[in-house]
Design a protein around this ligand. Structure first.
Ligand code: DC
Length: 232
């Protein structure tokens, strides 16, 4: 049995950690689609491409040079594993803009569909249940209030030694929410058949537990479906 699990929601809901844990417990693959948008945004920065001015032709040419692979939960761009360079604040600042470009979304959606084919997988993003995997066997949409998400992000950044105020973090979250949910192509919104989980008062473990309860009631006991994952 192949099972594809879509996990969508805004930043700061614990989406990545939850998605990884579910994939790990089930022994199936994991795809972080945000990392792909970040990798493209990094290319824009490196090549000094302006998302407000880039032509369709340049984008088409750019994507001819790009090949993503997924091996054992790791994403590779042209043979090189994606690393922390895609998490730097400069990338964070331009990624929403880059992710709102129609051609970028079309190309990455096609690649994400291909990478999710014929395997059991947890795919994490913003438009997985609505656009990338509209027929996913399970769709989860994680939410949390902006204040709670800013608190989590603030804690994370402070623990990394960054000097930033809570207000700055909250403002960035609100700004990104606005851009991600108001863009014309594939705005951030739950699919009609997704199960919405508010994570405000839940730990990561509690969210994972809830998703496993849903999985078990939907598919019976899913002890292991690790037919694709030979990574250990
Ligand atoms: O999940 P993340 O914060 O790493 O995502 C980075 C950006 O990419 C974020 O601004 C939203 C965008 N994104 C998207 O538009 N669609 C996806 N499927 C995943 C991410």
């Amino acid at each position: 049995m192949k099972i594809r699990i879509a996990i969508d929601g805004p930043a700061g809901t614990g989406k990545s950690t939850v998605a990884k844990k579910i994939a790990e417990k089930l022994g199936i693959d994991y795809l972080d689609t945000g990392a792909m948008y970040r990798a493209i945004a990094k290319i824009f920065l490196d090549r000094k491409l302006n998302p407000d001015e880039i032509s369709e032709k340049t984008l088409e040419e750019l994507f001819k040079e790009i090949k993503f692979d997924l091996k054992c939960e790791k994403l590779y761009l042209n043979g090189k594993p994606l690393g922390d360079e895609i998490r730097n604040p400069e990338v964070g600042k331009v990624v929403s803009k880059v992710a709102s470009l129609k051609i970028v979304r079309e190309k990455l959606t096609d690649i994400q569909k291909r990478l999710s084919e014929n395997r059991s997988i947890v795919v994490e993003g913003r438009d997985i249940g609505t656009v990338v995997l509209p027929n996913a066997e399970l769709k989860i949409f994680l939410t949390a209030s902006a204040t709670e998400r800013a608190k989590r992000r603030f804690k994370e950044l402070i623990s990394k030694g960054l000097k930033i105020s809570f207000q700055e973090v909250l403002d960035e979250i609100l700004q990104r929410d606005k851009l991600d949910s108001s863009r014309e192509v594939a705005p951030l919104k739950p699919a009609e058949d997704s199960i919405i989980i508010n994570t405000d008062n839940l730990t990561i473990e509690q969210v994972v537990e809830k998703i496993f309860e849903i999985l078990n009631s939907k598919f019976g006991r899913l002890v292991s479906i690790n037919e694709t994952n030979n990574c250990q």
